[in-house]
Design a protein around this ligand. Structure first.
Ligand code: SF4
Ligand code: SF4
Length: 255
């Protein structure tokens, strides 16, 4: 996973391994990008199968905050209860995914019957499906159609109408900001990972989890908190860098 992803582009899609919203993936888009007034169609029997056996539903910080606000629980509590965290193998950034319930045939923890219990706060990848989103470093947003290989009722729509139906345009600016933040942080983390000894690298990861996912109040607006957390993170990373520098200087003078 994680290869063949340009650092200038972030792609979000459901199913089939394109996973790491906070990093590079093994996905190379072959489907053409669609204009917003373009029509597309797909077949769906409404079986809920795309909410089962899923390891690839990655949440952005905004996704987590929306679910937290819906459940009225702190983001960290939601993550502990329903998610699995990892570090992007190439991006080195935190990646949070919904954790399928093994004892429930791998169902998404929010699947009840064939319905999503958090429908009005569903993650972006779920809202988009079967469309996927691509965001460039300069903030251009495009959409394309994933292959579903499902049968059933044929659903046809214009891209713009489909996105509006699932409230995607209302959140697009925040999703662009998130994508750009992650792309910028990848460069910072790559530089600091090369500099930091393990103890400082671990602390950096803790700060990243805080700033990107956990240091949020579900009762307050998301965007101001994101900006505030990015300023906080910048200060914390500078402090860690200073500590690492001092530590290295002391080690050298002791030799
Ligand atoms: S897209 Fe396919 S798997 Fe998902 S609900 Fe429709 S038929 Fe079922
Ligand atoms: S969050 Fe909702 S839509 Fe997304 S996989 Fe889970 S049950 Fe399905």
């Amino acid at each position: 996973m994680e290869q063949n992803h340009s650092q200038n582009r972030r792609t979000i899609m459901l199913k089939d391994s394109q996973v790491d919203l906070c990093g590079r993936t093994d996905f190379t888009r072959t489907a053409p990008l669609l204009a917003r007034d373009e029509a597309f169609s797909f077949a769906c029997a409404g079986c809920g199968g795309c909410c089962r056996g899923r390891e690839d539903i990655v949440l952005s910080g905004f996704d987590l905050w929306r679910i937290a606000a819906r459940l009225r629980l702190p983001p960290r509590t939601v993550a502990r209860a329903f998610c699995r965290g990892s570090i992007g193998r190439v991006s080195r950034l935190p990646v949070l995914r919904l954790a399928p319930l093994k004892e429930e045939h791998g169902n998404c923890p929010f699947l009840t019957g064939n319905h999503c219990a958090i429908h009005d706060a569903e993650p972006l990848v779920c809202a988009l499906y079967p469309l996927a989103q691509e965001i460039t470093k300069d903030g251009q947003v495009s959409y394309f159609l994933q292959s579903t290989q499902c049968g059933g009722q044929v659903i046809a729509a214009r891209v713009g109408d489909y996105l509006t139906r699932y409230d995607v345009p209302a959140r697009e600016a925040t999703d662009v900001r998130w994508a750009q933040v992650c792309m910028e942080l990848e460069d910072t983390v790559e530089r600091l990972d090369a500099l930091f000894e393990p103890v400082f690298a671990r602390r950096m990861q803790e700060k990243l989890w805080q700033a990107l996912y956990y240091r949020y109040d579900f009762a307050k607006e998301y965007r101001p908190q994101l900006e505030e957390n990015l300023l906080w993170l910048d200060g914390e990373l500078k402090k860690l860098e200073g500590m690492q520098m001092r530590h290295s200087t002391i080690e050298k003078s002791d030799r």
